[in-house]
Design a protein around this ligand. Structure first.
Ligand code: GAP
Length: 498
């Protein structure tokens, strides 16, 4: 079985995604557009199922949350009020040595020992000594875990707590010959209407959240909601990221699933804790292994100035722990900003106190594409014993729920199998395949994550029973044709392996 720490795991996932029609490089026939991705036939189903799983959990199954779908292009004043025009910047640095371009946060540190002057950077978890010192350090010190400079001895002279951060260095080549950081706004600009002047500038939204805040009053009055209540939205967001990568982990066009949960300000802390727990459980129900998930609370200096607290849900990707979703207590900042900028009253009338209050907001903001990548990575399994690659997807989100095969292409088996397939198709996504050996057909479906396979064999022609094969355990049971749909529905509901 491939461990998630395996270095080439991501390459194998990218290749599987392309081979099986999950994800393609955008505009591939023209050489591709970097960091833009297209979802193929299986990918679009999986992505839709993930979004449905979220929508069901956050909206449909709850009394206190409603959904909405705002336009991608909004009034430019929205982004002034939200602070995006002024603050949604990333400091951009150019390496004058190798010409790499990266975010300031991606630069590596250039360390120096204050006693012996030994200088080095750390890349790919290895100490890379400055050329001047390269031959003075033992080979074994160049390997291993990241070097924790704080309170650590110098790897060369051993002086205690002597290592200091000297400056920033290029993450590609380690050079300290860098440009000073330039501020770069991450919002995509375009022009609204036929004129191309500054008055017609609009932005592609960099988050879906603002569509919710500006509609706060519309939703409140039309749904007659009582606090606490939430508004949820799934949709595209665009950021002109300086650096992208790790397949669909960070791209310039992506989808978000966001919930803004409005609460009485004095109850914000309670609901913040509630949503952290709720959202973590959601990833587990989605099928992600709990040991690959963790919570990380933001340090004081990481927090946006208006946020009281923020916790990330992180996944242990092959490139390290990284954010899947952020849950933030944003206080009343967002509504306050839009009240100030629009002059409109975005408040809630409390019948008990007969006062208007501006609710605080607890936000849960998740990425669809990151969840998609997580689901695939976490489900990927190289079953060496049976010489197959399996995507052990939760049946509830698998793109195809069941494949139907005639064992052989004769004796009327294809006719019976097609009839079964047509019946199942009216209930769930199914796939019919009669070409190639049965073993190959099973393997193709294992790789697509299809949890069940039905085979029509000679016994079917005698007693109207078929086999249902379980993707993960490879166990087979015989079921009467008339009960197939019911059995499959139960198995999908119960979970796999049951
Ligand atoms: N409204 C708050 C907000 O947008 P964020 O941390 O900037 O917060 C939330 O984004 C989530 O959106 C992230 O946790 C991630 O899952 C997803 N996301 C953000 N930028 C992304 C990108 N460039 N590519 C893919 N997903 C991204």
């Amino acid at each position: 079985m491939a461990g998630s720490n395996d270095k080439s795991l991501m390459e194998r996932i990218v290749s599987l995604c392309k081979r099986r029609g999950f994800v393609f490089q955008s505009s591939e026939i023209y050489g591709g557009l970097s960091s833009c991705w297209d979802y193929g036939p299986l990918g679009v189903e999986l992505k839709k199922n993930i979004k449905d799983f979220w929508w069901h959990s956050v909206v449909v199954s709850r009394e206190d949350v409603v959904g909405m779908d705002a336009a991608i292009i909004m009034h430019p004043k929205v982004w002034e009020a939200s602070g995006h025009v002024k603050h949604f910047h990333d400091p951009l640095i150019d390496c004058k040595n190798c010409k790499a371009r990266f975010r300031e946060g991606e630069a590596v540190f250039y360390f120096k020992c204050s006693v012996c002057g030994y200088s080095f950077t750390i890349r790919d978890k290895r100490i890379i000594p400055d050329r001047e010192f390269a031959d003075k350090i033992a080979e074994e010190d160049l390997r291993g875990e990241p070097y924790h400079y704080k309170g650590t001895n110098c790897p060369l002279c051993g002086a205690k707590k002597a290592i200091k951060v000297e400056k920033l260095a290029c993450p590609e080549c380690g050079s300290v010959n860098l440009s000073s950081p330039r501020q770069f706004n991450l919002m995509f600009k375009t022009h609204f209407g036929p004129t191309m002047d500054s008055a017609s500038i609009v932005y592609l939204r960099p988050e879906t959240a603002q569509g919710i805040f500006v509609n706060f009053d519309n939703v409140l009055t039309t749904s007659r909601a009582k606090l606490p209540f939430g508004i949820a939205q799934i949709g595209k967001a665009f950021r002109n990221e300086i650096t992208t990568g790790n397949f669909i982990f960070r791209s310039r066009e992506f989808e978000q699933m966001e919930l803004e949960y409005f609460v009485k300000p004095e109850e914000a802390e309670k609901w913040y804790e509630y949503w952290i727990n709720e959202r973590l459980e959601w990833y587990k129900k989605l099928g992600i292994r709990p040991e690959n998930l963790r919570l990380r609370e933001h340090e004081e200096d990481e927090l946006a100035h208006y946020a009281r607290a923020c916790t990330d849900i992180e996944y242990k990707f092959s490139f390290g722990w990284a954010e899947l979703e952020g849950i933030a207590d944003r206080q009343t900042y967002d509504l306050d900003q839009h009240i100030k900028a629009s002059g409109k009253m975005l408040a809630y009338y409390e019948t008990e106190t007969k006062k208007h209050i501006v609710p605080a907001v607890v936000e849960s903001s998740a990425g669809v594409d990151r969840t998609f990548l997580t689901v695939i990575l976490d489900a990927y399994w190289e079953d060496e014993e049976h010489d197959r690659v399996v995507l052990r997807l939760n049946p509830k989100i698998a793109p195809i729920k069941v494949a139907v095969f005639p064992l052989v292409n004769r004796d009327g088996m294809p006719d019976v199998a097609r009839k079964i397939y047509e019946e199942i198709k009216t209930h769930m996504s199914a796939f019919y395949d009669q070409s190639g050996s049965i073993g190959r057909r099973y393997r193709r479906q294992d790789e697509a994550g299809t949890p069940f396979a039905i085979t029509v064999d000679s016994q079917t022609l005698e007693d109207r029973t078929v086999t249902i094969r379980d993707r993960d355990s490879l166990r087979q049971i015989r079921v009467n044709i008339d009960n197939v749909v019911e059995v499959l529905k139960e198995k999908i509901e119960k979970g796999w392996g049951e």
